[in-house]
Design a protein around this ligand. Structure first.
Ligand SMILES: Cc1ncc(COP(=O)(O)O)c(C=O)c1O
Length: 391
């Protein structure tokens, strides 16, 4: 008898684990995993240490510490003009990952459908499977990852309960435009569907693009659960502090699930989150400028090495087509990622991890690189990648 429940048996282990292990084995520069190799702002780290030493080591309220809920509300108003009552519209979660899972458990029933854009961030569909919910995929196509509005409209039906929108998107780096979000909003309103947004890269956009919050479009405040977290913006991915913002009814439903998943989130790290979210705009401007420089540098390095770059608009990922680079024996994205890690010494992620089984061929010639690395790491990767075009 297998010990594993049928619920999880189909998940397998992710390719991320394999590539990370290979990167260690072959001492590759790891541009695979989306975690910075540098620390967050010193005042935020200091706030965590101070909290640990200040008697903040017992359970926080399940919904989150009042100060951090307040900081989430003030951040929403500061950047998006979103008016949020911290008492009733904010829930603190163990990262965006838990927020999305609690949202699916709290807002959908078994047999419902939830729409996602494909390629899709890898936790959403397993979350749905665990909840007995059916994913409906809408493809993003072409170099600019565009969806067809008719195809999206066709995905909505009487069983559709929610749509998940991740902007800026992992793995493509797509930033959904206001026009695209308006198409989504109109369909949500027409079909009385909830929108769950994953905005963890909300502060990492390029070329002066603006992040539009779906919840701020007409008719969407009541039906949108906005999710984000500290990890990417403050370079503390290991902290796993996130939040969900929404109408009281939505937040209550998500909290029903949250209370029996984690109950409460790390108290000292919530205290530090309050400091982080209250940092002045100079911090956020500097973050953007830093990532713009890292992206521009790596786009240049990858192009010079012979890759076709699919220019990202946000997030800290770059997708490339590697056909101009790899030897003939490399037949797909997984083989390419293994080859680059072992033979070139630079690790990347095969994007087929973000596609359903029947569509994995769509990313056959693609690779995803993460740029959330120190300048030294990027320089070392650049040096190795520069040998590529030289046969
Ligand atoms: C789109 C997206 N959502 C959520 C997460 C995870 O966020 P957290 O660490 O806050 O759970 C990631 C991390 O890679 C991500 O790329």
């Amino acid at each position: 008898m297998s010990a594993m429940a049928r619920r999880v048996a189909g998940f397998g282990t992710t390719v991320f684990v394999e590539i990370n292990a290979l990167a260690r084995e072959f001492s590759a520069i790891n541009l695979g995993q989306g975690a910075p190799d540098f620390d967050g702002p010193p005042e935020v780290l200091a706030a965590a240490v101070k909290a640990v030493n200040s008697d903040l080591n017992q359970y926080a309220p399940g919904i989150g510490m009042p100060a951090v809920r307040d900081a989430v509300a003030r951040h929403a108003e500061r950047f998006y003009g979103q008016r949020v009552d911290p008492e009733i519209n904010v829930l603190i979660t163990s990262g965006a990952t838990e927020a999305v899972f609690a949202a699916i458990l709290g807002l959908t029933d078994a047999g419902d459908e939830v729409i996602v854009f494909e390629p899709v961030y890898d936790s959403y569909v397993p979350n749905m499977v665990m909840a007995g919910v059916t994913p409906r995929y809408v493809p993003l196509r072409g170099d600019n990852w565009i969806f067809d509005p008719d195809e999206l409209a066709d995905a909505f039906n009487t069983r559709t309960r929610a749509i998940i929108v991740n902007t800026p998107q992992n793995p493509t780096g797509k930033v959904f435009s206001r026009d695209e979000l308006t198409v989504i909003a109109d369909l949500c309103t027409k079909h009385n569907v909830i929108a769950i947004t994953d905005e963890v890269y909300e502060h990492i956009l390029y070329d002066n693009l603006t992040h539009t919050r779906l919840a701020m479009l007409p008719g969407m405040a009541q039906r949108t659960l906005t999710i984000s977290s500290l990890g990417k913006t403050f370079s503390v991915t290991g902290w796993k502090v996130g939040w969900a913002i929404g109408d009281e009814e939505l937040v209550n439903a998500v909290n029903r699930a949250h209370q029996f998943i984690t109950f409460a989130v790390s108290s000292p790290l919530q205290a530090a989150a309050t400091t982080a979210l209250s940092l002045p705009s100079t911090f956020f401007n500097h973050l953007r400028a830093t990532y713009q420089a890292k992206r521009d540098r790596m786009v240049d390095v990858l192009q010079k090495a012979g890759f076709k770059v699919l220019q990202p608009q946000g997030s800290y990922f770059i997708m490339v087509d590697w056909r101009g680079v790899a030897p003939a024996r490399v037949e797909d994205d997984v083989v390419f990622a293994r080859w680059l890690t072992k033979d070139v010494g630079v690790a990347c992620i095969p994007p087929s991890a973000f596609y359903q089984e029947s569509n994995k061929h769509l990313s056959k010639y693609l690779a995803r690189f993460a740029v959330c690395k120190s300048d030294e790491t990027l320089a070392a990767a650049a040096e190795r990648l520069s040998r590529l075009g030289k046969g």
